[in-house]
Design a protein around this ligand. Structure first.
Ligand SMILES: [Cu+2]
Length: 180
């Protein structure tokens, strides 16, 4: 004869005192952290100031070319080096497989850096000569992404494409020179 017993009907046991305390602490802390996200977002000024607009790739190319024509100072490795005055609109164009043009900015001056792609999606990732800086943006075709930027350090900075964009992706690097 089978001796299979049916499971206990009420299998859950009331919470003990200690379990209640730990549960209370965990819930309380989750609520604190939730509000910290909001407070930190506003108080710590950790978000890059950005604006986004729609733009056609043709128009973005035109704006970049006009910008290069206006402020080009020399060429470096076949690419124009463009040195715009502080406060101006700066155009950086991502295209397979190049960041165009090379920018020459001044330390302590504020620029409105426009970022877009004229073909496929690219990733903008800024590196100093020593290490990656925590500045990563997406360059999307038909979107004009405007970053308000004030270089705080002088030197040569490099842009690495961190969004796989095709066979030449690994060669897609750019340069930003920051002068004293
Ligand atoms: Cu890429």
């Amino acid at each position: 004869m089978s001796t299979l017993a049916s499971p206990e009907r009420i299998w859950w046991k009331p919470l003990g005192k200690e379990e209640k305390i730990w549960l209370g602490i965990a819930i309380f802390w989750a609520v604190v952290m939730f509000f910290m996200m909001i407070v930190w977002g506003a108080a710590a000024r950790q978000d890059t100031p950005t604006e986004t607009y729609r733009i056609s790739t043709t128009q973005y190319t035109q704006l970049t070319n006009a910008f290069v024509q206006k402020y080009q100072v020399r060429t470096e490795g076949g690419l124009p080096v463009v040195s715009p005055p502080g406060g101006s609109d700066v155009y950086l164009m991502g295209r397979t497989f190049q960041w165009y043009p090379i920018l020459e900015l001044k330390k302590g001056q504020t620029y409105r850096v426009h970022l877009s792609s004229v073909d496929v999606q690219h990733g903008f990732s800024l590196q100093s000569a020593k290490a990656p800086l925590n500045m990563n943006f997406q360059a999307l075709p038909e979107y004009d992404y405007v970053i308000t930027l004030t270089p705080a350090e002088s030197g040569d900075f490099y842009i690495v494409c961190n969004e796989f964009c095709g066979l030449g992706h690994h060669t897609m690097t750019g340069k930003i020179i920051v002068k004293e």
